[in-house]
Ligand binder design. Structure first.
Ligand code: PGA
Length: 253
């Protein structure tokens, strides 16, 4: 059985003291949750946050790494640096990285390889634009993002990778796809994985949904076929609201 994941992306929000305050409020609210909880905090807060969550059911992720090993890349950080300060995961291929910073599938692929080598898990984000969807290109775009982003990744490394299906047009807009559109997209992603690996391997990969997830729609999302959790931006910034989303993915004992 695949685990349930509830992932937060703080983006460029919260100074270090606010991350600390957030954790003080959040950890007790989710301590009984069966879900795997990961918070992607600004890189300058990773060390402090990782120390704070030690021994809890929450892990810390970075939001980005550079695809190179080390050297003259002013302002960048590499996978090893992020792992060294206590991150367990890193986000790769988020649509803001793709659209604002020009991150291609090839670059995402290099980042995934570096992250895995450094012992980090990856949250690999894929998703179509509104233009793609209107032109009935969603499946093709998702299949290409999977094939190119995961090129040369071994089957046994997939256990360290979570795929986040995030339609670009749903991020931060309050819009979400129809339930059956999400189920369909997740199934396209698993089919693309099955083509690269095999059906069994594909069926073990965690695939989550992201894009305007709130405490109001998380219960419905938790019941969708093939959806193993959510990646939450805006609604993760409030500890109490986010703990309710975690609650939707917590199985009652
Ligand atoms: P949102 O962002 O929940 O604010 O739509 C999701 C994301 O960017 O991962």
């Amino acid at each position: 059985m695949r685990s349930k994941y509830v992932l937060a992306n703080f983006k460029m929000n919260k100074v270090n003291s606010q991350v600390k305050e957030y954790l003080e409020q959040f950890l007790p609210l989710v301590e009984k949750s069966s879900a795997k909880i990961v918070l992607a905090v600004p890189s300058v807060s990773v060390k402090c946050a990782a120390k704070h969550v030690k021994g809890s059911n929450v892990s810390i992720a970075g939001q980005n790494i550079n695809e190179n090993d080390f050297g003259a890349y002013t302002g960048e950080i590499n996978a090893e640096m992020l792992a060294d300060v206590g991150a367990s995961y890193v986000l790769v291929g988020h649509s803001e990285r793709r659209n604002i910073f020009g991150e291609s599938n090839e670059v995402a692929n290099k980042k995934i390889q570096k992250a895995l080598k450094a012992g980090l898990g990856c949250i690999y984000c894929v998703g179509e634009t509104l233009f793609d969807r209107k032109n009935k290109r969603t499946s093709q775009v998702l299949a290409t993002q999977i094939a190119e982003g995961l090129k040369s990744i071994y089957a046994n490394e997939l256990q360290s990778i979570i795929i986040a299906y995030e339609p670009v047009w749903a991020i931060g807009t309050g819009l979400t796809p129809q339930d059956e559109e999400i189920v369909e997209a997740v199934s396209v992603i698993r089919k693309a994985l099955a083509q690269m690996y095999d059906e069994n391997i594909a069926s073990e990969v965690a695939v989550v949904y992201g894009g305007s997830v709130t405490e109001n729609n998380s219960k419905v999302l938790s019941k969708l076929d093939g959806v193993d959790g959510v990646l939450v931006g805006g609604a993760s910034l409030d500890a109490e609201k986010f703990s309710k989303i975690v609650g939707a993915f917590t199985t009652k004992k």
